[in-house]
Every structure is written in C-alpha cells, then in structure tokens.
Design a binder for this molecule. Structure first.
Ligand SMILES: Cc1ncc(COP(=O)(O)O)c(C=O)c1O
Ligand SMILES: Nc1ccccc1C(=O)C[C@H](N)C(=O)O
Length: 421
C-alpha cells in the first residue's frame, strides 16, 4: 500500500507513474456545457463508453447491411456463435471456467432463470435468505418466486440484517440465521458486492456455510463483475448472475452474464426453462429433431442473442484483456485507498465512510454517509462537476474505476467536496 500524501502534486505524480494511466484516453469522458471533462464517479451504475465500441458495433451493422441473414454464417464474426467470442474473457474476469459462463438476457431475467433451476422449494424447505438491503430488483425477484411457488412473500423471506445502528452485515449473524432456520431455507441469494455499502462479501465463506445447511447458493454480482476478483468457481456457489453495463462498460441495458457451477454442467434432469438456443447447437437447424440439452452454462440460453449488444461487450472485454484484470485490481486498490485517505483527512463529522476499510472486503466504491441525510450536498457536488450518485436514505456513492479514473480525479473530487462543506 502506498504512503499517500496530501496535495495535487502527489496525485499528478501517481498518474505519471501509473502503467494503466493511458487507458483513460481510450474512453469517452462526459463533459460539462463548456466542454470541460466531468469527474465521473458512477462506473458502478453505468460504465463509460470505450472509443472502440462504435467500430465493433459498426462492423455488425455493416455485415447486416451487406449480408442480411447470411451474416449469421458469413459475417466477419458469424452471429450464430458470436457469444463464444465473449466466453473466455468473461469467464476469466469472474473467475469461472468457460463451461460455467454465458452471456445472455438481462440481469433480473437471468436471476429468475437461475431460480427456476436452483430454487426448488419443498413444503418444509422453501424459504429464501437474502441480505436485508439487497438491491430492490433482487428482493422483488425472490419475493415473486416465493409467490410463484405458492408461498407467502414475507414469511418465506429471511433477511440478513446489519446489527442495530450498524451498516455492515456480519457473518456471525448469518451463521445464527442458518443455525436457526437452515433446514427451512431452500436458497441463499446474496449480492456479492452490496450496491449500497460497497461491502464485498466472502463468497466462499457464505457458500460453504449455506451448503453445510443443505441450501442452494447464488450471488448477484452486478457490483462485482469487472470490479473485484469474484473467483466464482472456487467460491463453490451454485450460480451467479451479473450485468455488463456497470464496471464492464458495455452500454445501457446491455446483455448480462450467468455462472452455473461445473458440478451442474451435465445435469440434464435439472429443472429449467428451455428454448431453441438451449438445444444442441450442432443440430439446431435440423428443425424437426427432439430437444437435446446443451451441456454447461450455454444450456441455459433460450433465444438467439442481441448481437449489437454483444459487439459492445466484445469491445469492452478487449480493453480489459489489454489492461489485464490483475493489474486493474491492483490499481483499483491504490486509487480507492487514496480516496479513503483524502476523505479521512477531511476529518469532517458530517461524513462517514460506511464501506469496509479492508481492501479485501470492498471494490472501488466508497459509500459516504451524510449526516442528517443532507441531499443538498450531493446536489452541490453535481453542480461542481462531479457525477456521483445519491442512494436513499443518506449515502453518496463514488466509484473511482481503474480504467478511466485518475488520481487527479480523486483529488479534485475531494477538493470540491471540501469546498462545499
Ligand atoms: C444488484 C443489482 N441487481 C439488479 C439490478 C437491476 O438489474 P437489471 O439489469 O435487471 O435492470 C441492479 C442494477 O440495476 C443491481 O445493482
Ligand atoms: N441500470 C440502471 C438504469 C437506470 C438507473 C440506474 C441503473 C442502475 O444500474 C442502478 C444501479 N444498479 C445501482 O446500484 O444503483
């Protein structure tokens, strides 16, 4: 860990010595009305656009224009197998094997598809455990699964809460919940990195614990993919899902990912929804064949996917490949550590970082709790050219991302915050 110092000179020197610093120029950085670059800290909501994305999408538009339906087989990157171009890099980023990884659909859709397979309630074991401040979509999704199976969506939902007066959930409480209710819980579904606090949970520990009580385990890694080393395979989780529009910089509403652990790859008897894209791809166009389930994560696909969105994902993954995910994670630690240092140096009682200070228990995001839920502070920060977000009831989230944020960005962000308070 660096010895951080105050002052702009330190930030500038860090940027000069940053082997990944030049990647910022490969992105479009949003500007204010006068053409000045904004300080963009919301890669945790919508990642910025790599400059090469346009060309990747343009290539597919060209093939479509010139080849029509033949683009499926004769395009530069034939559409029929286009998703295969993404699998290896995506698998590497989330720490999975290619057979465990698929890009398809959108996030909440994938979560439901995973629950079709891995939420198999019985009369006795039917509850779902989630973290109390899960992202709303996750909570709504699991509650609708409870109702779908005829259970009460309150009684069937067990929430892992932070202790009274604290922000972060702890593993002792999770263990107590499992000890007390383990034999009633069918599924433990946790956000791998919590959207609100930025806490990166110990996925392996949770999976091990929940499996010991006979529960299935899934993670929503929307805030983890491209941000932290998820090591999904080693975590032992049954499934995981994530989106590609945050840290994976693939554009608004772009296709999502799913991980299904290798131990389920060949289980044809697993309950699931299917379509022609889950069928043996060698025989897909022999239309009259009976259904033949694809093995691995590919077997959870339903439809032919959105190629234009996959082109954007391919562009982004190529940037990740160039930068190297290990190096990005190292820089991320440094950048967020610096951010934390500067906030702490403000020594202001109005602001409190609620994200864990342990670098292994967070990614790049810091969540700053604002006293008396003073939303005005966030408004002023926006007026000062900092794009961050406000999450009710009282948190400003800032996520300096290692691909396109600089140490100078972080310095300027904290300077502007200091001037406002
Ligand atoms: C943890 C989490 N789950 C779900 C969603 C929403 O997913 P979707 O892409 O399905 O809109 C988000 C962000 O939008 C999220 O952060
Ligand atoms: N997809 C979006 C569309 C519109 C506005 C926000 C989002 C987000 O992704 C929010 C994000 N999940 C969050 O953690 O707040």
């Amino acid at each position: 860990m660096s010895n951080y110092k105050l002052g702009l000179d330190f930030a500038k020197a860090q940027d000069r010595n940053d082997p990944l610093g030049h990647f910022r120029d490969q992105f479009h950085i949003p500007k204010d009305k006068n053409g000045k670059a904004l300080i963009y800290m919301t890669g945790n909501s919508l990642g910025l656009q790599p400059k090469i994305t346009k060309d990747y999408i343009h290539q597919e538009l060209e093939d479509w224009a010139n080849l029509g339906v033949e683009g499926h087989t004769d395009g530069k990157h034939p559409w029929l197998n286009y998703h295969e171009l993404l699998t290896e890099t995506m698998a590497h980023i989330v720490g999975a094997k290619p057979i465990e990884t698929i890009v398809m659909n959108s996030l909440t859709v994938n979560l439901h598809l995973m629950m079709v397979s891995f939420y198999q309630p019985t009369k006795k074991r039917y509850k779902i455990l989630i973290e109390a401040d899960a992202f709303p979509s996750d909570k709504y999704a699991v509650q609708s699964q409870l109702r779908h199976h005829g259970f009460d969506d309150q009684e069937g939902l067990i929430q892992w809460k932070a202790p009274e007066g604290e922000e972060l959930a702890n593993y002792e409480d999770l263990e107590t919940l499992l000890k007390t209710h383990g034999d009633e819980i069918a599924l433990v579904m946790i956000g791998g990195v919590n959207y609100y606090t930025g806490q990166f949970f110990d996925l392996k520990r949770i999976a091990k614990l929940a499996h010991a009580y006979g529960c299935m385990v899934g993670f929503d890694c929307a805030h983890g993919a491209g941000n932290v080393k998820l090591n999904l395979h080693d975590s032992g989780a049954d499934f995981a899902v994530w989106c590609s529009y945050k840290y994976l910089n693939s554009g608004p509403g772009s296709l999502a990912g799913a991980f299904i652990h290798e131990r389920h790859a060949h289980k044809k008897e697993l309950n699931r929804f299917t379509g022609w894209w889950s069928h043996n791809k060698e025989k897909r166009f022999k239309m009259r064949d009976d259904f033949d389930q694809l093995t691995g994560a590919e077997g959870w696909q339903l439809s032919n996917p959105t190629i234009l969105s996959m082109a954007a994902i391919r562009a982004s993954l190529d940037v990740f490949k160039d930068a190297g995910f290990d190096r990005l994670c190292e820089k991320s630690n440094e950048l967020t550590g610096y951010f934390e240092f500067l906030i702490n140096e403000l020594n202001n009682s109005e602001l409190k970082i609620i994200t864990p200070s342990d670098p292994n228990a967070r990614g790049c995001q810091l969540s700053i709790q604002v006293k008396n839920a003073n939303k005005n502070l966030h408004k002023k920060l926006t007026e000062a050219g900092v794009i961050s977000d406000w999450r009710e009831p009282d948190v400003i989230r800032c996520a300096p991302t290692p691909l396109y944020n600089s140490f100078e960005d972080v310095f300027n962000l904290v300077e502007r915050l200091k001037n406002i308070i």
